[in-house]
Write a protein that binds this ligand. Sequence first.
Ligand SMILES: CCCCCCCCCCCCCCCCCCCCCCCCCCCC(=O)SCCNC(=O)CCNC(=O)[C@H](O)C(C)(C)COP(=O)(O)OP(=O)(O)OC[C@H]1O[C@@H](n2cnc3c(N)ncnc32)[C@H](O)[C@@H]1OP(=O)(O)O
Ligand SMILES: NC(=O)C1=CN([C@@H]2O[C@H](COP(=O)(O)OP(=O)(O)OC[C@H]3O[C@@H](n4cnc5c(N)ncnc54)[C@H](OP(=O)(O)O)[C@@H]3O)[C@@H](O)[C@H]2O)C=CC1
Length: 515
Amino acid sequence: MSMIAAFYGGKSILITGATGFLGKVLMEKLFRTSPDLKVIYILVRPKAGQTLQQRVFQILNSKLFEKVKELCPNVHEKIRAIYADLNQNDFGISKEDMQELLSCTNIIFHCAATVRFDDTLRHAVQLNVTATQQLLLMASQMPKLEAFIHISTAFSNCNLKHIDEVIYPCPVEPKKIIDSLEWLDDAIIDEITPKLIGDRPNTYTYTKALGEMVVQQESGNMNIAIIRPSIVGATWQEPFPGWVDNINGPSGLIIAAGKGFLRAIKATPMAVADVIPVDTVVNLTLAVGWYTAVHRPKSTLVYHCTSGNLNPCNWGKMGFQVLATFEKIPLERAFRRPYANFTTNNFTTQYRNAVSHRAPAIIYDFYLRLTGRKPRMTKLMNRLLRTVSMLEYFINRSWEWSTYNTEMLMSELSPEDQRVFNFDVRQLNWLEYIENYVLGVKKYLLKEDMAGIPEAKQHLKRLRNIHYLFNTALFLIAWRLLIARSQMARNVWFFIVSFCYKFLSYFRASSTLKV
Ligand SMILES: CCCCCCCCCCCCCCCCCCCCCCCCCCCC(=O)SCCNC(=O)CCNC(=O)[C@H](O)C(C)(C)COP(=O)(O)OP(=O)(O)OC[C@H]1O[C@@H](n2cnc3c(N)ncnc32)[C@H](O)[C@@H]1OP(=O)(O)O
Ligand SMILES: NC(=O)C1=CN([C@@H]2O[C@H](COP(=O)(O)OP(=O)(O)OC[C@H]3O[C@@H](n4cnc5c(N)ncnc54)[C@H](OP(=O)(O)O)[C@@H]3O)[C@@H](O)[C@H]2O)C=CC1
């Protein structure tokens, strides 16, 4: 019997960010392993014209929840969606709902965040710092609270090379930042943002670090733990391999590569690709929830959920395997054939962007215009290159994360819990994982039918022929222009033609003699 699964039985659990990538997998695993839990409260806002109920309905009816619904058909009765917008004071939660949350909640998993790299400092602080502070305040008024688990990121201290499982201070106190953002106007905030974030690459990593400081400062006598996952990828094993439903992190680049938009990238092939499957993060999170509530460590423990120190893979190997999978299972209607060119040089990157990315987009838009359609490729390409430039920081460096607490926790689990809540990344086979990841991107994210693979392969063949034809035409045009202008080029041309002619004559004569 799993002690962790039993622990969550009968519990009232509050999850923020339950509609996000990690939140959904967390909810699924909780229902699957502890179907006798009392209730999961989720803080949700209406979005894209959908009410809270419609959003919950959509999640429960997705492929991810198929197993859970078989095991526990009344799962919808155990989810209580509470209106909440983390940008508002008190999250805009009604008095009655607040009362229920305060009096009933046993465990909190705080997953909500803005994960955009280009968010304004004001918005990133509001969500990743102030909202965390408010949630801690709420938590401190919950008499039945047993544990508060905060999800941070392994990159909150990406300005360091070696990162320990401790909370590092930021030069400016979070409270001072929160106060000053209240009266500073947006233009000034934009101006001081680079100074505040210092040697971090974006507002996301900076505000996640501030969020951790807030957790430390406001922890009071609550049982709190922080989890720092690295780059969260598709599921490894549970509920089935390869599930992914958003384009963050590697997923977006996998699509861009598979569709042939992205053919070159500034990436260091030997740099560690610290990707971690989302189900591994969820298993660790649930184990930490149990450990924090039951063993009540004296201080706030930080757990690194990373792969690099235990089972490293690098970007070169990852890129190669992604492309190898596209050979077998291509994406539909690719723009060009998938291809990878890694470079670490700025000049080569600019050159490749011009030749491999912008020029084909311009030519394609020209073709769209000629055929009376609206050009769109250049815009799409500019957006992709902007995204890639934001990710470059993470694919050209390696970090070392120590994992003492995570390993200590693993050793505390019973063999049954080690199996049911497996977060031992040493067992991960990267080649198999990446292949399933690519397949998952095709099936669950792009919703492409596997029956379309032969047609997708045909399409790639047509693209290859167009590519050869285009290159031959380009060569002939260039050569023709050269011949018209240079005597030397003409001489070389006549030499090659007469050589070919002589070779053919000799070949014909010798084959006639044999007969
Ligand atoms: C894995 C290997 C791939 C290999 C490819 C192989 C071949 C290629 C050749 C070269 C080889 C490359 C090899 C190396 C590849 C390395 C890949 C590695 C990626 C590394 C990622 C590192 C990240 C590490 C970060 C730390 C981890 C964290 O803690 S953070 C969590 C992750 N966060 C993110 O990833 C956020 C990043 N995103 C953003 O910040 C923004 O989205 C953006 C700034 C990038 C883009 O903003 P923009 O305004 O342009 O677009 P936006 O309006 O946001 O959206 C555009 C359209 O897309 C839709 N969208 C947006 N988000 C999603 C989503 N999550 N799910 C679904 N759809 C989404 C959005 O609605 C828009 O649609 P329309 O409205 O219809 O236009
Ligand atoms: N994905 C990754 O690679 C990594 C993620 N992490 C951390 O894991 C956690 C979860 O990330 P992930 O699931 O990938 O992110 P997602 O972007 O998929 O999910 C974010 C969640 O936060 C919610 N949210 C955002 N703004 C608000 C708001 N104003 N009010 C209420 N809810 C809001 C979103 O709700 P809505 O659906 O309404 O937008 C969504 O449920 C985050 O803390 C992130 O920092 C850490 C390392 C890597």
